[in-house]
Design a binder for this molecule. Structure first.
Ligand SMILES: [Zn+2]
Length: 126
């Protein structure tokens, strides 16, 4: 477990998160591939938005469950509400300060085949 601060590119949105970088997920779905999102999913009590709530905008598609939150000034998606765990916050590890990405091992999630992949990743959700 560790604690990091992170944010968007322009600096309007800042947050603090505690989590375990041993559990970083890389998803191959259409939007994660284009964003380069590296997922760290944490319960809301491990996440604090420090500033920038008024800068946040939300993009939704498909089932509308996921809330793809982004900074409307710089367009960066530093965190969002994931379809897999809508009661949690999904942090983009690329937006954390002081994390050496070369030292982060990721687990693949087959988001292109979401319905099958979620059962493999989390059989209890079946
Ligand atoms: Zn920004």
């Amino acid at each position: 477990m560790g604690t990091w601060e992170g944010g968007c590119h322009c600096g309007n949105v800042r947050f603090r998160v505690s989590g375990d970088l041993a559990h970083v997920i890389e998803c191959n779905c259409s939007i994660c591939t284009k964003k380069g999102f590296l997922h760290l999913i944490v319960p809301p009590e491990q996440f604090t938005l420090l500033c920038g709530e008024e800068a946040l905008s939300t993009y939704q598609f498909n089932t509308g469950t996921a809330k793809h939150i982004f900074c409307r000034h710089c367009g960066i998606h530093p965190f969002y509400i994931p379809r897999s765990d809508p009661d949690k916050i999904d942090i983009n590890v690329r937006c954390l300060a002081g994390v050496d990405l070369a030292g982060v091992t990721t687990t693949a999630f087959d988001g292109r085949n979401w319905d099958d992949a979620i059962l493999t990743a989390n059989p209890r959700s079946a």
